[in-house]
Design a protein around this ligand. Sequence first.
Ligand SMILES: [Zn+2]
Length: 330
Amino acid sequence: MNIDELREQIPDEASCRKLFEKLIWPDGRICPHCRCLRSYRLNGLTSRAGLYECARCKRQFTVTTRTPMHSTKLPLWKWLLAIYYILNSSKGISSVFLGRLIGVKQSTAWKMGHAIRLMMQHWSDELPMLSGTIEMDEKFIGGKPRYHYGIRHKGGKATAKQSILVTIQRKGPVIPVPLDTVKTDTIAPIINAVADKSADLMTDKSYVFHRSGKQFASHQSVYHMAKEYARGDVHINTAESFNAMLERAKTGVFHYMSPKHLGRYLSELSFRWANRDPKEVITKMGKKKTIWKPKPLLEQLTSLLPFACGSQLRWQRTGAVRQIALNNFC
Ligand SMILES: [Zn+2]
Protein backbone atom coordinates (compact mmCIF):
# COMPACT_ATOMS: atom_id res chain seq x y z
CA MET A 1 0.00 0.00 0.00
CA ASN A 2 1.46 3.35 -0.98
CA ILE A 3 0.78 6.63 0.80
CA ASP A 4 -2.01 7.65 -1.66
CA GLU A 5 -3.84 4.36 -1.12
CA LEU A 6 -3.45 4.79 2.64
CA ARG A 7 -4.98 8.28 2.49
CA GLU A 8 -7.78 6.99 0.26
CA GLN A 9 -8.66 4.08 2.57
CA ILE A 10 -8.25 5.99 5.85
CA PRO A 11 -9.12 9.58 4.91
CA ASP A 12 -9.70 11.14 8.34
CA GLU A 13 -9.23 10.84 12.09
CA ALA A 14 -12.61 9.12 12.63
CA SER A 15 -11.85 6.29 10.19
CA CYS A 16 -8.36 5.97 11.67
CA ARG A 17 -9.81 5.61 15.19
CA LYS A 18 -12.26 3.01 13.85
CA LEU A 19 -9.34 1.04 12.39
CA PHE A 20 -7.36 1.18 15.66
CA GLU A 21 -10.43 0.04 17.65
CA LYS A 22 -11.02 -2.84 15.24
CA LEU A 23 -7.40 -4.00 15.43
CA ILE A 24 -6.64 -3.40 19.13
CA TRP A 25 -9.97 -4.98 20.19
CA PRO A 26 -10.37 -7.77 17.57
CA ASP A 27 -12.88 -9.63 19.79
CA GLY A 28 -14.91 -6.60 20.80
CA ARG A 29 -14.30 -3.63 23.09
CA ILE A 30 -12.58 -4.54 26.34
CA CYS A 31 -11.95 -2.33 29.38
CA PRO A 32 -8.15 -1.96 29.76
CA HIS A 33 -8.53 -1.40 33.53
CA CYS A 34 -10.49 -4.55 34.52
CA ARG A 35 -10.84 -6.62 31.29
CA CYS A 36 -14.67 -6.25 31.42
CA LEU A 37 -16.41 -6.75 28.06
CA ARG A 38 -19.30 -4.35 28.77
CA SER A 39 -18.82 -0.62 28.26
CA TYR A 40 -20.74 2.39 26.90
CA ARG A 41 -19.78 5.13 24.51
CA LEU A 42 -19.85 8.63 26.06
CA ASN A 43 -21.49 11.06 23.66
CA GLY A 44 -21.74 14.18 25.82
CA LEU A 45 -20.77 17.60 24.48
CA THR A 46 -17.62 17.66 26.63
CA SER A 47 -16.61 14.03 25.91
CA ARG A 48 -13.64 13.63 23.62
CA ALA A 49 -13.82 11.36 20.56
CA GLY A 50 -13.69 7.62 21.21
CA LEU A 51 -14.30 7.85 24.98
CA TYR A 52 -15.99 4.90 26.72
CA GLU A 53 -17.02 4.07 30.29
CA CYS A 54 -16.73 0.59 31.74
CA ALA A 55 -19.97 -0.93 33.06
CA ARG A 56 -18.12 -2.69 35.90
CA CYS A 57 -15.32 -0.45 37.21
CA LYS A 58 -16.91 2.81 35.90
CA ARG A 59 -13.53 4.08 34.72
CA GLN A 60 -13.22 5.86 31.40
CA PHE A 61 -10.94 4.75 28.58
CA THR A 62 -10.12 5.17 24.90
CA VAL A 63 -8.39 2.84 22.44
CA THR A 64 -4.96 4.13 23.50
CA THR A 65 -5.45 3.73 27.29
CA ARG A 66 -2.76 1.54 28.93
CA THR A 67 -0.93 1.12 25.61
CA PRO A 68 2.43 2.72 24.70
CA MET A 69 0.32 5.48 23.05
CA HIS A 70 -1.34 6.30 26.41
CA SER A 71 -2.23 9.99 26.99
CA THR A 72 -1.03 11.00 23.54
CA LYS A 73 -1.98 14.49 22.38
CA LEU A 74 -1.25 13.61 18.76
CA PRO A 75 -3.96 12.60 16.28
CA LEU A 76 -4.16 8.84 15.71
CA TRP A 77 -3.59 9.54 12.03
CA LYS A 78 0.01 10.62 12.88
CA TRP A 79 0.51 7.39 14.81
CA LEU A 80 -0.74 5.40 11.82
CA LEU A 81 1.62 7.33 9.55
CA ALA A 82 4.57 6.66 11.91
CA ILE A 83 3.71 2.93 11.99
CA TYR A 84 3.37 3.00 8.17
CA TYR A 85 6.88 4.47 7.73
CA ILE A 86 8.49 2.14 10.30
CA LEU A 87 6.88 -1.00 8.85
CA ASN A 88 7.70 -0.02 5.27
CA SER A 89 11.36 0.77 5.91
CA SER A 90 13.73 -2.12 5.27
CA LYS A 91 16.08 -1.41 8.21
CA GLY A 92 14.21 1.06 10.37
CA ILE A 93 13.91 4.83 10.30
CA SER A 94 15.73 7.44 12.36
CA SER A 95 13.79 9.77 14.67
CA VAL A 96 15.17 12.83 12.83
CA PHE A 97 13.79 11.61 9.51
CA LEU A 98 10.52 10.30 10.99
CA GLY A 99 9.93 13.67 12.68
CA ARG A 100 10.43 15.47 9.34
CA LEU A 101 8.08 13.09 7.52
CA ILE A 102 5.15 13.31 9.93
CA GLY A 103 5.67 16.89 11.13
CA VAL A 104 6.63 16.50 14.80
CA LYS A 105 9.74 17.34 16.87
CA GLN A 106 12.65 14.87 16.84
CA SER A 107 12.14 14.06 20.53
CA THR A 108 8.44 13.32 19.91
CA ALA A 109 9.32 11.13 16.92
CA TRP A 110 11.94 9.31 19.04
CA LYS A 111 9.34 8.49 21.69
CA MET A 112 6.77 7.49 19.05
CA GLY A 113 9.35 5.15 17.47
CA HIS A 114 10.04 3.52 20.83
CA ALA A 115 6.31 3.25 21.64
CA ILE A 116 5.80 1.37 18.36
CA ARG A 117 8.85 -0.80 19.15
CA LEU A 118 7.36 -1.51 22.58
CA MET A 119 4.23 -2.90 20.89
CA MET A 120 6.57 -5.07 18.81
CA GLN A 121 8.20 -6.19 22.07
CA HIS A 122 4.79 -7.22 23.43
CA TRP A 123 4.34 -9.20 20.19
CA SER A 124 7.76 -10.90 20.46
CA ASP A 125 7.18 -11.75 24.16
CA GLU A 126 4.27 -13.94 23.04
CA LEU A 127 6.27 -15.89 20.43
CA PRO A 128 6.19 -19.67 20.97
CA MET A 129 9.43 -21.58 21.65
CA LEU A 130 11.49 -22.05 18.51
CA SER A 131 11.56 -25.59 17.11
CA GLY A 132 12.60 -27.59 14.02
CA THR A 133 16.08 -26.57 12.89
CA ILE A 134 17.48 -23.76 15.04
CA GLU A 135 20.59 -21.68 14.53
CA MET A 136 22.31 -19.84 17.37
CA ASP A 137 25.05 -17.26 17.29
CA GLU A 138 26.50 -14.51 19.46
CA LYS A 139 26.63 -11.01 18.06
CA PHE A 140 28.63 -8.04 19.28
CA ILE A 141 27.13 -4.64 18.46
CA GLY A 142 29.73 -2.37 16.90
CA GLY A 143 32.34 -2.40 14.16
CA LYS A 144 35.70 -4.13 13.92
CA PRO A 145 38.28 -3.54 16.69
CA ARG A 146 40.22 -0.37 15.82
CA TYR A 147 43.27 1.51 17.03
CA HIS A 148 42.31 4.50 19.14
CA TYR A 149 45.05 6.81 20.49
CA GLY A 150 47.57 3.98 20.18
CA ILE A 151 45.42 1.38 21.94
CA ARG A 152 44.13 -1.58 20.00
CA HIS A 153 40.74 -2.57 21.35
CA LYS A 154 40.16 -6.26 21.79
CA GLY A 155 37.82 -8.23 19.54
CA GLY A 156 35.55 -11.25 19.93
CA LYS A 157 34.61 -12.30 23.46
CA ALA A 158 37.28 -10.00 24.96
CA THR A 159 35.50 -6.91 23.66
CA ALA A 160 33.60 -4.56 25.95
CA LYS A 161 30.87 -4.18 23.30
CA GLN A 162 27.27 -5.14 23.97
CA SER A 163 26.61 -8.80 23.15
CA ILE A 164 23.42 -10.44 21.91
CA LEU A 165 22.38 -14.07 21.65
CA VAL A 166 20.57 -14.61 18.32
CA THR A 167 18.33 -17.71 18.12
CA ILE A 168 16.62 -18.26 14.81
CA GLN A 169 14.32 -20.92 13.42
CA ARG A 170 14.94 -21.69 9.76
CA LYS A 171 12.08 -20.18 7.69
CA GLY A 172 10.65 -18.96 10.99
CA PRO A 173 10.98 -16.22 13.61
CA VAL A 174 14.07 -14.96 15.38
CA ILE A 175 14.54 -14.17 19.08
CA PRO A 176 17.50 -11.88 19.80
CA VAL A 177 18.26 -11.38 23.52
CA PRO A 178 20.78 -8.82 24.91
CA LEU A 179 23.41 -10.44 27.17
CA ASP A 180 25.34 -9.08 30.15
CA THR A 181 28.22 -11.48 29.60
CA VAL A 182 28.90 -14.26 27.11
CA LYS A 183 29.29 -17.23 29.45
CA THR A 184 27.84 -20.74 29.49
CA ASP A 185 25.97 -20.05 32.72
CA THR A 186 24.43 -16.76 31.58
CA ILE A 187 23.15 -18.03 28.23
CA ALA A 188 21.81 -21.41 29.50
CA PRO A 189 18.56 -19.96 31.01
CA ILE A 190 17.97 -17.91 27.86
CA ILE A 191 18.38 -21.00 25.66
CA ASN A 192 15.94 -22.88 27.94
CA ALA A 193 13.39 -20.08 27.56
CA VAL A 194 13.51 -19.61 23.79
CA ALA A 195 14.27 -23.01 22.23
CA ASP A 196 12.40 -26.32 22.31
CA LYS A 197 14.69 -29.22 23.26
CA SER A 198 13.28 -31.41 20.45
CA ALA A 199 14.98 -29.10 17.93
CA ASP A 200 18.15 -29.71 15.91
CA LEU A 201 20.66 -27.08 17.02
CA MET A 202 23.34 -25.56 14.77
CA THR A 203 26.02 -23.23 16.11
CA ASP A 204 29.64 -22.28 15.55
CA LYS A 205 32.41 -23.88 17.65
CA SER A 206 31.98 -21.40 20.51
CA TYR A 207 32.46 -23.13 23.90
CA VAL A 208 29.37 -21.42 25.37
CA PHE A 209 27.07 -23.74 23.40
CA HIS A 210 28.77 -27.04 24.39
CA ARG A 211 26.83 -27.74 27.58
CA SER A 212 23.40 -26.44 26.44
CA GLY A 213 23.80 -28.17 23.06
CA LYS A 214 23.79 -31.60 24.72
CA GLN A 215 20.15 -31.11 25.80
CA PHE A 216 18.90 -30.84 22.20
CA ALA A 217 17.87 -33.68 19.84
CA SER A 218 21.11 -33.01 17.94
CA HIS A 219 23.85 -30.39 18.01
CA GLN A 220 26.11 -29.76 15.03
CA SER A 221 28.60 -26.97 14.54
CA VAL A 222 30.71 -25.35 11.83
CA TYR A 223 34.31 -24.33 12.46
CA HIS A 224 34.68 -20.74 11.28
CA MET A 225 38.36 -20.54 12.36
CA ALA A 226 39.14 -23.21 9.75
CA LYS A 227 37.11 -21.23 7.18
CA GLU A 228 34.31 -23.76 7.27
CA TYR A 229 31.04 -21.83 6.80
CA ALA A 230 28.73 -24.63 5.60
CA ARG A 231 28.92 -28.40 5.60
CA GLY A 232 25.95 -29.62 3.60
CA ASP A 233 22.90 -28.47 5.53
CA VAL A 234 24.94 -27.57 8.62
CA HIS A 235 25.47 -23.82 8.78
CA ILE A 236 24.43 -20.71 10.74
CA ASN A 237 24.06 -18.50 7.68
CA THR A 238 20.44 -17.57 8.53
CA ALA A 239 21.59 -16.23 11.92
CA GLU A 240 24.51 -14.45 10.19
CA SER A 241 22.00 -12.92 7.77
CA PHE A 242 19.95 -11.51 10.66
CA ASN A 243 23.18 -10.25 12.28
CA ALA A 244 24.07 -8.46 9.04
CA MET A 245 20.64 -6.77 9.00
CA LEU A 246 21.15 -5.71 12.63
CA GLU A 247 24.61 -4.32 11.84
CA ARG A 248 23.27 -2.37 8.83
CA ALA A 249 20.40 -0.94 10.91
CA LYS A 250 22.89 0.16 13.56
CA THR A 251 25.49 1.56 11.16
CA GLY A 252 23.15 3.09 8.59
CA VAL A 253 20.09 4.22 10.54
CA PHE A 254 20.29 4.36 14.34
CA HIS A 255 24.10 4.88 14.73
CA TYR A 256 23.83 4.15 18.45
CA MET A 257 21.63 1.68 20.30
CA SER A 258 21.92 2.28 24.03
CA PRO A 259 21.88 -0.86 26.21
CA LYS A 260 18.84 0.60 28.01
CA HIS A 261 16.73 0.63 24.83
CA LEU A 262 18.44 -2.21 22.92
CA GLY A 263 15.66 -4.74 23.67
CA ARG A 264 13.13 -2.58 21.84
CA TYR A 265 15.40 -2.07 18.80
CA LEU A 266 15.88 -5.84 18.63
CA SER A 267 12.12 -6.38 18.85
CA GLU A 268 11.64 -4.11 15.82
CA LEU A 269 14.14 -6.13 13.79
CA SER A 270 12.59 -9.39 15.00
CA PHE A 271 9.09 -8.21 14.02
CA ARG A 272 10.32 -7.12 10.59
CA TRP A 273 12.10 -10.45 10.08
CA ALA A 274 8.98 -12.49 10.90
CA ASN A 275 6.61 -10.37 8.84
CA ARG A 276 8.01 -11.22 5.43
CA ASP A 277 6.81 -13.60 2.73
CA PRO A 278 9.09 -15.69 0.49
CA LYS A 279 8.90 -15.08 -3.26
CA GLU A 280 10.50 -17.30 -5.92
CA VAL A 281 12.29 -15.36 -8.68
CA ILE A 282 14.45 -16.38 -11.67
CA THR A 283 17.80 -14.58 -11.85
CA LYS A 284 19.40 -13.29 -15.08
CA MET A 285 21.54 -16.46 -15.08
CA GLY A 286 18.33 -18.55 -15.12
CA LYS A 287 18.68 -19.79 -11.53
CA LYS A 288 15.84 -20.01 -9.03
CA LYS A 289 16.19 -17.71 -6.03
CA THR A 290 14.03 -16.95 -2.99
CA ILE A 291 13.67 -13.33 -1.96
CA TRP A 292 11.80 -12.16 1.13
CA LYS A 293 9.28 -9.34 0.77
CA PRO A 294 7.50 -7.47 3.61
CA LYS A 295 3.88 -8.57 4.18
CA PRO A 296 1.11 -6.07 3.22
CA LEU A 297 0.68 -3.20 5.70
CA LEU A 298 -2.78 -4.24 6.90
CA GLU A 299 -1.58 -7.77 7.60
CA GLN A 300 1.35 -6.41 9.64
CA LEU A 301 -0.97 -4.04 11.54
CA THR A 302 -3.27 -7.00 12.29
CA SER A 303 -0.28 -8.82 13.81
CA LEU A 304 0.98 -5.81 15.76
CA LEU A 305 -1.94 -3.87 17.24
CA PRO A 306 -3.67 -6.68 19.21
CA PHE A 307 -0.46 -6.63 21.33
CA ALA A 308 -0.69 -2.88 22.03
CA CYS A 309 -1.94 -3.24 25.62
CA GLY A 310 0.55 -4.20 28.30
CA SER A 311 2.96 -1.39 29.15
CA GLN A 312 3.59 2.29 28.70
CA LEU A 313 6.45 4.65 27.96
CA ARG A 314 6.51 7.78 30.09
CA TRP A 315 8.80 10.81 30.04
CA GLN A 316 10.52 11.38 33.37
CA ARG A 317 11.34 14.76 34.93
CA THR A 318 14.99 14.10 34.07
CA GLY A 319 14.10 13.91 30.34
CA ALA A 320 14.63 10.14 30.23
CA VAL A 321 11.97 7.65 29.20
CA ARG A 322 10.75 4.90 31.53
CA GLN A 323 8.98 1.72 30.53
CA ILE A 324 6.15 0.84 32.91
CA ALA A 325 4.66 -2.67 32.87
CA LEU A 326 0.90 -2.76 33.49
CA ASN A 327 -0.20 -6.20 34.54
CA ASN A 328 -2.40 -5.10 37.43
CA PHE A 329 -6.11 -5.12 36.65
CA CYS A 330 -8.69 -3.88 39.15
ZN1 LIG B 1 -13.42 -1.74 33.76
